[in-house]
Design a protein around this ligand. Structure first.
Ligand code: UD1
Length: 377
């Protein structure tokens, strides 16, 4: 899509941006400046992740302005959380009437804000559209499929995401923009990464950097125990940055604390510190979508403790290998060894070139509701 002409005069329409989790705050940090070039914005943080480590630290570090509206919903079972966010976000949207609503990814916040906008007659723009794990029962898959169906504009991060949208008959609303997580990484690299303050190893030691946070793993005591024991048995030191959910589950299982073989646990890191930890690692072990791509972009081999990934290009290009968490005891050591030895010269261009936020804003300028002057209500 082409850049629309922006008249110099007239009232600027405003765009709402709904989000609420760690990876979404990171992406909002780059989306907001691009949107604000053209429109005013109304930021709505649902409070889905209310933990300081996960969100407030990121706001500060990435200089994301405090949200205009903080819904403060906190944790709840999926249906309850969806209903709470939808109701609270709907009330804001009906009162403020933004011209469009931008949502990111596949969280409960994504779906609930999108439903609220649809019900208020406000066009939805979905960032990270077209990703599929093809596991229909997974909450994130349900969220992203429904959001894609109800959105007016779909911003796909990759060729394969575009192809998925085409298969589902949604190509007419889709455009390939690249991945705004790469914009965030580029920006962070240009500003400089930060060495984590709490680091259990001596400088220069080779290590694996690990993150685990997905509910399918952390909420299954058997799988979580297997994964932790497999990390602890690796032949190199492992630094595991603990998401608060994971920390809580490990404490309940009595699995936290020093002295577990190779494993060293640290508090969840800030974004700039997490990137530095990835960049300095010999190998990354994760179940995070964001960390998989960051390792891919930075040329660090990755082992993903999942049976599938939405970021399939990282696997087919040889940057990432999947290990079923239930088989981690037997398969993780070989996968880590193979990935450490593998060539690192993979193509890094699957998710665009780091200008996704600008591409999205350009595409959004074609939405009738966002053209200047304001279209009649
Ligand atoms: C996934 C889900 C998303 C869900 C989120 C919950 C997909 C496609 N999306 O995103 O629906 O809301 O999990 O968290 O699976 N990072 C830090 N500090 C750390 C570790 C990581 O800042 O200690 C950064 C990473 O550098 C990365 C981001 O956090 O930029 C990744 O966030 P993460 O919470 O792992 O979410 P995702 O798996 O990307």
């Amino acid at each position: 899509m082409t850049r629309a002409t922006i008249p110099k005069t007239g009232t600027r329409p405003f765009v709402a941006v709904g989000y609420g989790t760690r990876p979404q705050v990171i992406k909002v940090a780059r989306l907001l400046p691009a949107l604000r070039e053209r429109w005013d914005t109304l930021t709505i943080d649902t409070g889905q992740h209310y933990d300081y480590e996960l969100n407030a630290l990121l706001y500060d570090q990435l200089q994301v302005p405090r949200p205009d509206v903080l819904l403060g919903v906190g944790s709840a079972p999926r249906d309850e959380q969806l209903a709470l966010i939808e109701r609270a976000c709907g009330a804001v949207l009906r009162q403020r009437r933004p011209a469009a609503m931008v949502v990111i990814g596949d969280t409960n916040s994504t779906l609930a804000c999108a439903r609220a906008a649809r019900d208020a007659g406000i066009p939805v723009v979905h960032v990270e559209a077209g990703l599929r794990s093809d596991v229909a029962a997974m909450a994130e898959e349900m969220n992203r499929v429904e959001v894609d169906r109800l959105s007016a504009m779909l911003c796909a991060p990759s060729r394969l995401a575009m192809a998925a949208l085409e298969r589902e008959g949604l190509a007419g609303r889709a455009c390939r923009t690249g991945d705004v997580a790469l914009d965030a990484l580029r920006f962070a690299l240009s500003r400089g990464l930060r060495a984590p303050r709490e680091w259990p190893l001596a400088g220069g030691d080779a290590y694996a950097f690990a993150t685990l946070h997905r509910a399918e793993l952390t909420d299954d005591p058997r799988l979580l125990s297997i994964a932790i024991e497999a990390l602890a048995a690796l032949p190199l030191p492992v630094v595991l940055a603990l998401h608060p959910r994971t920390r809580g589950r490990l404490a309940a299982l009595g699995l936290q604390g020093p002295g577990r073989g190779s494993l060293h646990c640290v508090t969840a890191l800030g974004y700039l510190e997490a990137l530095a930890a990835v960049q300095g690692a010999s190998v990354v072990v994760t179940d995070s979508g964001g960390v998989q791509r960051e390792a891919y972009w930075m040329g660090i081999p990755c082992v993903t403790l999942r049976r599938e990934t939405e970021w399939v290009e990282t696997v087919s290009l040889g940057a990432n290998r999947l290990v079923d968490p239930g088989r981690a005891a037997t398969e993780l050591p070989a996968a880590v060894e193979a990935m450490q030895a593998a060539p690192r010269a993979w193509d890094r261009g699957s998710y665009g070139s780091g200008d996704a936020a600008l591409m999205m804003a350009n595409a959004m300028a074609d939405l009738p509701a966002l053209r200047y002057p304001l279209s009649p209500a």
